[in-house]
Ligand binder design. Sequence first.
Ligand SMILES: CC(C)(COP(=O)(O)OP(=O)(O)OC[C@H]1O[C@@H](n2cnc3c(N)ncnc32)[C@H](O)[C@@H]1OP(=O)(O)O)[C@@H](O)C(=O)NCCC(=O)NCCS
Length: 327
Amino acid sequence: MDVIPLDDPTDEQIEQWHAVLVAVHAAEPAGDPAPALEQTARHLMGAEGRLWAAFEDGAAVAVAELRLPGGRGADRPGEIDIRVRPGHRRRGLGTRLMAVAAEGLRADGRGSVIAQVLAGTPAVPFLESHGFVCVLTLSGLLLRLDDLPPHRVPELVAAGPAGYGLVRWRGAVPDEYADALARAKDAMADLAEYEGLPWDAARVREMAEMVAKRGDDLYTVAAVQGTTVAGFTEIVVPADAPERAAQYDTAVVPEHRGRRIGIWVKAAMLEWLAAERPEVREIETDNAGDNAHMLAVNEELGFRRQRESCEYQAAAGDLPPGPGTPA
Ligand SMILES: CC(C)(COP(=O)(O)OP(=O)(O)OC[C@H]1O[C@@H](n2cnc3c(N)ncnc32)[C@H](O)[C@@H]1OP(=O)(O)O)[C@@H](O)C(=O)NCCC(=O)NCCS
């Protein structure tokens, strides 16, 4: 068995990678649509980090992606995603890829790595066996737009709080709101806690660029007072599977909380999407398990719980030594 870096994958290697994703998805669909080849190709071509695959008899049997957000050497955790074909598990392949990725992580000077995995799947004992610890539990929710009672969204939009206006934009944030949006993103204390990083205008723009590079569309609705962003919500519509959009960040700045701004911006987003992207039929989101307020907002909007997952983290120094490391 050979582990090969695929930092500039050929069409054939992309197909091999995709075949592993399809085999893993068939065994554990977890309510997600099957990946499309174009989606995999676009993802791998735009990947910001390192890729490896393990081959047996010329066929890829396992793949690993190490995302290195923020560019080389950035002071942020890496993100690891390892997938092993169901018929090839418990033979140390996952561990071998983890060791290679750990070496890549340390070579880039990153202090830690995170991975998001579903509760109750083999990924949990696998990550725990490598010293990962669950730092955040997440509830996966799904909103089926066809299930929404027709009056709910217009009523919620009309019931917006006095003294605020709604603004919206597609793609990167307009300059006049960039700093204010970064401040509002800092209001997501639960995320900042483990990422340990303040948001600034550059990081906000970088996130929008990453989405655009993948070919996907980012939509943002914000509640504002002048150029102050009191709260906002973001949705990403994937280019290759626009029927299921993904909720990105939503936050309300602490001094503006308790005025139903969160549900207002989300309802305004649904109204905008219905007009702008009628092909969107579902929206998926993850909420921190301890974020009772956001869960309540989403459940009032009509989101239903689908699954529980966990954000795992490990220090780079605690991961297995890479193949090139002396014992
Ligand atoms: C999680 C996954 C990558 C593990 O790959 P793998 O090649 O089977 O892992 P390894 O053989 O290296 O297992 C290493 C250790 O992890 C633990 N482990 C892995 N799978 C386990 C399972 N199903 N039950 C209990 N322990 C498990 C064991 O301690 C194992 O050591 P052992 O076999 O000597 O007991 C694989 O199951 C997979 O692809 N799952 C779907 C995708 C996914 O969720 N990826 C995680 C994202 S990082």
